[in-house]
Design a protein around this ligand. Structure first.
Ligand code: PEP
Length: 250
């Protein structure tokens, strides 16, 4: 039985004061979220603070990105060992905003995935199609291509030590959620594809759904057989809504 994981992606939001308040709100209610695993992914500069504040809680910390490099002349980058220094557990790789706005392609995302693993972080690999790709009927091709880049570099077993987040780009930050069945169809495709390579990995890997998840729609999404939790953007900035999503995981 896979545990439910709810991970908040705070993106480029928050200030010193608002983040302290958000963390206080989350820690106040985290104890009432049953077995749901919880993680938050703050902007890099707030990771030391958030890690400290969450040290005695059940909430893990992740990064929104990671360098594919370990150290050296790579201005602006943050490496796996640096993230480990501040107790990060997870690193998001291949978020659609990184892919679309910063030109990060499948191969680069695969190298970031590899870097996360190499330095002891659990990669949260984001995959998903744009609206145009869905309308062309190539959703599965796109998702398969994004997964294959990682499998080719790291091997199928590596997926078993990672988390996958299916995030249809048309549902991110738009208020348009994929219906539970639309999401389940793609999750089942992903698990089926992995099962063809290694059934144990397919059975083990948590596949999260992301795209306008809120307290009001989380339960019906998480009830689907192959949806093991969520990657949450906007709603993770509100402690009450985020905790409601976490509770829906039980
Ligand atoms: C995300 O960016 O990972 C995301 C799912 O955003 P939102 O929940 O705001 O759609």
């Amino acid at each position: 039985m896979r545990q439910t994981l709810v991970a908040g992606n705070w993106k480029l939001n928050g200030s010193l004061e608002s983040i302290k308040q958000l963390v206080a709100g989350i820690t106040a209610g985290a104890g009432d979220t049953g077995n749901t695993q919880i993680a938050v992914c703050p902007p890099f500069v707030y990771i030391p603070l958030v890690s400290n504040l969450l040290a005695d809680s059940k909430v893990d910390v992740g990064s929104q990105d990671i360098s594919d490099q370990e150290y050296g002349a790579f201005t602006g980058e943050v490496s796996g060992p640096m993230l480990k220094d501040f107790n990060c557990t997870y690193a998001i790789v291949g978020h659609s905003e990184r892919r679309a706005l910063y030109g990060e392609d499948d191969a680069f995302t695969a190298r970031k995935f590899a870097a996360a693993r190499k330095f002891g972080l659990i990669p949260i690999l984001c995959v998903g199609e744009t609206l145009e790709e869905r309308e062309q009927g190539i959703t599965e091709d796109v998702v398969a291509r994004q997964l294959d880049a990682v499998i080719e570099l790291e091997g199928i077993d590596a997926i078993g030590d990672a988390v996958i987040a299916y995030e249809p780009v048309w549902a991110i930050g738009t208020g348009k959620t994929a219906s539970p069945q639309q999401a389940q169809d793609v999750h089942a495709f992903i698990r089926g594809k992995l099962a063809g390579l290694n059934p144990g990995v397919a059975d083990k890997v948590q596949i999260l759904y992301g795209g306008s998840v809120k307290g009001s729609n989380a339960e019906e999404l998480f009830a689907m057989a192959d949806i093991d939790g969520g990657l949450i953007g906007g709603a993770s900035l509100d402690a009450g809504d985020f905790l409601a999503i976490c509770k829906a995981g039980n």
